[in-house]
Design a protein around this ligand. Structure first.
Ligand SMILES: *[C@@H]1O[C@H](CO)[C@@H](O)[C@H](O)[C@H]1NC(C)=O
Ligand SMILES: *[C@@H]1O[C@H](CO)[C@@H](O)[C@H](O)[C@H]1NC(C)=O
Ligand SMILES: *[C@@H]1O[C@H](CO)[C@@H](O)[C@H](O)[C@H]1NC(C)=O
Ligand SMILES: *[C@@H]1O[C@H](CO)[C@@H](O)[C@H](O)[C@H]1NC(C)=O
Ligand SMILES: *[C@@H]1O[C@H](CO)[C@@H](O)[C@H](O)[C@H]1NC(C)=O
Ligand SMILES: *[C@@H]1O[C@H](CO)[C@@H](O)[C@H](O)[C@H]1NC(C)=O
Ligand SMILES: *[C@@H]1O[C@H](CO)[C@@H](O)[C@H](O)[C@H]1NC(C)=O
Length: 412
């Protein structure tokens, strides 16, 4: 987008917001950072949902949670299904490791809430894998730090996909390989979960040997397709909107909040007149696939989605999508860029450094990541093992997570 258009949009939103919408912005996007002595609003405390452990154990599978300290002090929760239950498996055997990485404002439980008949992690556990599921820093399970308080200290939220790739994925990989005594693992990333996996090895090529295969599910890498008009209309003002949020001290965006969840559940559940609107808005973003979307799942979808991230990380995702280049986040300021990257222009991630095998999986009905994008990225990857369209006509971006037959269609 033209800088001038972007600036005037930013200006417009700022002017409108200065008058009244600071509060609205907070209601919509996330809480303002609290000043030192403001009381806790105990937001979310009274809100009980089945977390990842209850879900997995509720379905009869073994569950473990591991806390890992990343190199920059973040405390990350890794969830694990060490073995399956469908086939009798000898407990002592060494299983290959599969590591799942979720996408934007998501968490480990998005991979788990539908249960063994639909979700991939259970299927892989039953197929003999040792399944690990990562939680990105800043989400509901990884909102902790050795020294920084996420509710009080904005430095906690000072990260984009770059830091996740540079600091967290190496720590996670080493932790798992050390604990399981393996030399490599299978990496499954969805959307920017896959992007961050590629950025990881572009920044730290010494880790290539530790990735046996990267299964890239709808990876958002280079956007070469023409962005649709609805995407333009909604997403273009979103970058200025994130800047406005930052100016209003909103650093944690779309955390799991009870009223937000209940509102979306109420609006979209079966029998509500606005349900069709919910479906249309979602399909406008991710692609229309009526065949794989069960509206009965609305309440659980909004129980687990969103799960929170940093405003900068969301901004970074928007930048990758709208600018079409795989570069680090542009802070829009030479000094900040220099502190972050040692150069004033944000560096591009060099995919020729990503030498581990990558298989590219995509949906024909996906509006965010299309065949054209996959063709483009395949040429840049030195060790692609192929492109695999999901064999279902309208398969969209989110069907990898919630498609009714995703398990059947993807694992055949
Ligand atoms: C597997 O082994 C672990 C540790 O040795 C034990 O705690 C667990 O109960 C065993 N599970 C099964 C299904 O045998
Ligand atoms: C795992 O880490 C511990 C402590 O850092 C080390 O002693 C051990 O040898 C490592 N194990 C493997 C398999 O690398
Ligand atoms: C880990 O693997 C190495 C070789 O692959 C083996 O020598 C060692 O005994 C293993 N350690 C454990 C704790 O299984
Ligand atoms: C945006 O894209 C242009 C070329 O299309 C590139 O020169 C520029 O570096 C990109 N900006 C960022 C922040 O990636
Ligand atoms: C930022 O750096 C670029 C080159 O690295 C330079 O062209 C530009 O003028 C600088 N902007 C400011 C505001 O200093
Ligand atoms: C920045 O560059 C300097 C000098 O080239 C180097 O010593 C330093 O390690 C670099 N820092 C980063 C974060 O890359
Ligand atoms: C990317 O990496 C390749 C392989 O190491 C190297 O030849 C190339 O110069 C790099 N490109 C950039 C832009 O740094």
């Amino acid at each position: 987008m033209k800088t001038s258009v972007r600036c005037s949009l930013h200006f417009l939103i700022l002017v409108v917001c200065e008058c009244s919408c600071g509060h609205w912005l907070e209601l919509l996007m996330g809480p303002r950072l609290k000043e030192i002595d403001e009381g806790d609003e105990n937001e979310g405390k009274a809100f009980q949902i089945n977390d990842a452990q209850d879900l997995v154990e509720g379905y009869g599978y073994p569950f473990q949670s591991h806390e890992v300290l990343s190199q920059s002090g973040y405390v990350l929760s890794l969830h694990r299904i060490p073995y399956g239950i469908k086939r009798k498996q000898s407990n002592g055997t060494k299983r290959p490791v599969a590591l799942f990485q979720h996408g934007l404002v998501s968490a480990s439980d998005m991979w788990l809430f539908q249960g063994p008949n639909m979700d991939l992690p259970y299927a892989l556990a039953d197929a003999g894998y040792d399944v690990w599921i990562s939680n990105m820093r800043g989400n509901v399970y990884s909102k902790a730090h050795k020294t920084l308080n996420p509710d009080r200290d904005k430095r906690f939220w000072d990260f984009s996909l770059h830091e996740v790739a540079y600091y967290d994925l190496p720590t996670i990989t080493d932790y798992i390989l050390n604990l399981t005594n393996h030399t490599n693992l299978y990496f499954l990333g969805h959307s920017i979960g896959s992007t961050v996996g590629m950025m990881f090895c572009a920044l730290r090529p010494e880790y290539n040997s530790k990735i046996r295969l990267h299964l890239a599910l709808a990876p958002l890498v280079y956007v070469t397709h023409a962005i649709t008009l609805p995407h333009k209309i909604i997403l273009m003002p979103s970058i200025p909107l994130t800047k406005t949020a930052l100016a209003n001290h909103i650093y944690n965006i779309f955390p799991r909040r009870p009223y937000f969840t209940r509102l979306l559940q109420m609006l979209c559940k079966d029998g509500m007149p606005l349900q069709q609107l919910c479906v249309s808005v979602i399909f406008m973003f991710v692609g229309a696939d009526y065949g794989q979307f069960n509206t009965k799942h609305f309440p659980s979808i909004f129980t687990y989605f969103p799960a929170g991230t940093s405003t900068y990380l969301a901004q970074h995702t928007l930048q990758i999508y709208l600018n079409g280049t795989l570069s680090a986040l542009d802070y829009g300021n030479n000094d900040t860029n220099f502190i972050k990257y040692n150069q004033t222009v944000p560096p591009q991630y060099n995919l020729s450094q990503v030498t581990h095998p990558v298989s590219l999986h995509y949906g024909n009905g996906d509006l965010l990541v299309t065949r054209k994008d996959i063709d483009f990225v395949e040429k840049l990857l030195p060790n692609s093992v192929g492109k695999f369209p999901v064999p279902y006509k309208d398969f969209n971006h989110m069907d990898f997570i919630w498609g009714i037959d995703a398990k059947k269609i993807i694992i055949r």
